[in-house]
Design a protein around this ligand. Structure first.
Ligand code: GRF
Length: 201
């Protein structure tokens, strides 16, 4: 099964870019079909233009009704024949229609070793600050399937990242982000080779 990826990203989109690069270099046998962002000014949408991938700004500004927003996202994914949805720093919850249609086919990346340091309010720098506060020696990255709760779906892959003595949240975030780029591509490769099996794909 060839992966046809659809991305949802709110900000910079560096994870998305790592995956696009892997596709362009044929490290990953997948096509990058569409990029959707809730943020019209996101790096992710700028990357869409640069990479010549259809990009859509779909947000509650355009669709104040939650169901209409959910359906607009689902329609864009379907229109571009996406078979696997990649959340890459997407700061919104996925609505029930999209969740149902793509059940077991939506991936997210989290910058910690879930179930630790996950859940509502645990994002960005806050994750790394919590890791440092708890004096962890090891943190990491988790790629997991998305269900209706934040950061709770089945874990597909994890990678450990060391916490070093003089780390602050920014330094740690940078080290973790590098590992994110690596593991997201690796996990997709394992899925495309059927070494990680997704039930509904
Ligand atoms: C990453 O740290 C990711 O784990 C989290 O949001 C951040 C997105 O970074 N979900 P980027 O937009 O991919 O650069």
């Amino acid at each position: 099964m060839r992966l046809k990826l659809g991305f949802l990203a709110s900000h910079n989109g560096s994870n998305m870019q790592a995956i696009i690069d892997a596709c362009n270099k044929k490290i990953l046998d997948a096509s990058c079909n569409v990029i959707i962002s809730n943020n019209s000014d996101s790096g992710a949408l700028k990357r869409a233009i640069k990479e010549n991938i259809p990009g859509y700004h779909i947000s509650s500004l355009k669709y104040p009704d939650e169901n209409e927003l959910d359906i607009a996202i689902l329609n864009a994914l379907k229109k571009h024949e996406v078979n696997l949805v990649i959340l890459a720093g997407y700061m919104k919850k996925i609505g029930p229609f999209t969740l149902d249609y793509y059940k077991g086919r939506i991936l997210n990346i989290h910058p910690a070793l879930l179930p630790k340091y996950g859940g509502e309010g645990m994002y960005g720098k806050l994750v790394h600050e919590a890791v440092l506060k708890a004096k962890e020696k090891i943190t990491g990255v988790t790629v997991h399937l998305v269900d209706k709760d934040y950061d709770k779906g089945p874990i597909l892959n994890q990678i450990e990242v060391p916490v070093k003595e003089n780390d602050n949240a920014d330094i740690l975030a940078e080290r973790v982000l590098k590992a994110e780029h690596e593991i997201y591509v690796k996990t997709l490769k394992l899925i495309s080779e059927n070494k990680i099996k997704l039930n509904n794909l």
